[in-house]
Design a binder for this molecule. Structure first.
Ligand code: GDP
Ligand code: MG
Length: 176
């Protein structure tokens, strides 16, 4: 039986308008209606089943505008979600630059590329060809989702939680 209280910091990064606030609302409130302010740290408490016990984890979510020199705030993040808006090619260029910056940091944190506004796929300015190039270049997975409709969100969030949990156990060197 496992007990304990953990806190994982998750940075949601991207250029302005990519959907950072909407994704945080989807994670916390299961809606895309934005409730927090830009720089506030928002919290969601999760109860995760693991090793036959339950662990309580506080997710601390913070928004980072990568075009406004806010990179330093990613310090201490367990995961960084880099967002790019499927309708905005400039946001992919910004994401690419930011992924290069993260790579140069050589940290053990989880990094994911998230392609937002999937509900607007008919207005897409890039698709798998461009995305897989970026994904290969920085060795990060990408997921397409919509914070508006929730499409693609649940499987992504489930696997992120599992990966965070695995990193936690690796860190603690607990053999499973
Ligand atoms: N259609 C659609 N619009 C979205 C989605 N996510 C965000 N938006 C819209 O994009 C705009 C910017 O979103 P916001 O979350 O404030 O972006 P931020 O500047 O990165 O925090 C707002 O008008 C949102 O309603 C989505 O999944 N689908
Ligand atoms: Mg915002």
């Amino acid at each position: 039986m496992e007990k304990g209280k953990l806190a994982w910091k998750i940075s949601v990064a991207g250029s302005e308008g990519v959907g950072k606030s909407s994704l945080i609302s989807r994670i916390i409130y299961n809606t895309d209606k934005v409730q927090g302010s830009h720089r506030s740290l928002q919290k969601k408490t999760l109860r995760l089943e693991s090793n036959g016990g339950t662990i309580s984890v506080d997710l601390l979510l913070q928004e980072i505008d990568i075009t406004k020199n806010e990179e330093r705030f990613i310090a201490g993040s367990n995961a960084v979600l880099v967002l790019t808006d499927i309708t905005d090619p400039a946001s992919l260029a910004s994401a690419d630059q930011f992924l290069r910056y993260l790579e140069s940091q050589d940290s053990a944190r989880i990094v994911k590329l998230l392609v937002t506004k999937l509900d607007r796929k008919y207005e897409a300015k890039f698709w798998d060809e461009e995305l897989s190039q970026v994904s290969k270049k920085y060795d990060v997975d990408y997921t397409k989702l919509s914070s508006r409709t929730g499409d693609g969100f649940e499987p992504f969030f489930e696997s992120l939680k599992q990966e965070l949990l695995e990193r936690y156990y690796e860190g603690k060197k607990i053999v499973r």
